[in-house]
Design a protein around this ligand. Structure first.
Ligand code: ADE
Length: 272
């Protein structure tokens, strides 16, 4: 997958993405980053101007249509020369739909993606109408430019491209997998600051560990992200309990049933 980033600050983008896991994948040739300076396409050969005042008045400067359009045409033509198709163009803007894991998964299937990073007070509407296919935000707050949001999205998309994560990394159960947050995890030592690792994790009983982790994920999601928990509940309605007398649990017995963490929502009565 090739990421093309149209920006006024190309060094900000390539400097960051060429590190760590995305940098390793770039070195292996699985993904590439092509940060293109919009200023190089300015029609103003003397001052390389790319912005101007807004018609109708108002504070601040607007990025002009022509340099952005020419920059995109250059990127698009190179993609087509290399056998690709016309790419999707994402304008990163707080006015877009909010990015999430599902969107990252969808975009990770593309061969080429173009990101347009805005600055100043925005971009001339006419070039957006001409080239943009997706308007995406990273959340309901305003940043000074589109580079950071573009990098956030690129990182989330890149790690879903086959081969970017190694087996260990991709085998990890993820937050947002099935709308559940990840369970708590512990490493050595067994006791730190008086806090002990939950004994079930030292038991060697993989089935019990899996049950405990699922239960913890459910509890954590319910507490921290009730919105995600509601989604998960819709997709995983609790299994109806068999019509038999429920045996009372002894005090020591661990709670491991898949329904255990959600029983409280369904108020099971004795004898049901
Ligand atoms: N540009 C400025 N703020 C942004 C945001 N929240 N998401 C995407 N692009 C932006």
């Amino acid at each position: 997958m090739n990421f093309h980033i149209m920006t006024l600050f190309p060094e900000m983008v390539s400097g960051s993405l060429s590190n760590s896991i995305t940098g390793r994948a770039e070195n292996k040739g699985i993904i590439s980053f092509n940060a293109v300076n919009i200023r190089d396409y300015s029609g103003d050969l003397k001052h390389h101007k790319v912005d101007d005042y807004t018609y109708g008045g108002g504070a601040g400067m607007l990025m002009q249509a022509q340099p952005i359009y020419d920059c995109f045409i250059d990127i698009r033509d190179k993609i087509i020369q290399n056998g690709g198709k016309i790419p999707r163009v994402i304008y990163v803007t707080p006015q877009g739909s909010v990015f999430n894991q599902e969107k990252a998964r969808e975009l990770s299937k593309e061969d080429d993606l173009v990101f347009l990073c805005g600055h100043y007070e925005g971009v001339d509407e006419r070039v957006l109408e001409e080239i943009v296919t997706d308007y995406i935000s990273i959340g309901d707050y305003v940043l000074t430019g589109g580079e950071l949001p573009a990098m956030v999205m690129i990182d989330a998309i890149a790690r879903l491209v086959p081969g970017v994560l190694n087996n260990d990394e991709s085998a990890l159960t993820e937050s947002f997998h099935n709308n559940l947050l990840e369970y708590p995890q512990y490493s050595r030592p067994e006791e730190w600051m008086g806090k002990k690792v939950p004994p079930i994790l030292l038991s060697g009983d993989h089935k019990k560990v899996d049950e405990w982790r699922l239960e913890q994920s459910i509890i954590r999601t319910k507490e921290r992200r009730p919105d995600l928990y509601e989604k998960w509940l819709l997709e995983n309605p609790p299994k109806p309990e068999k019509k038999k007398r429920r045996r009372r649990k002894t005090a020591e017995e661990p709670v491991v049933s898949e329904n255990a963490a959600i029983d409280s929502d369904f108020d099971l009565k004795d004898g049901e």
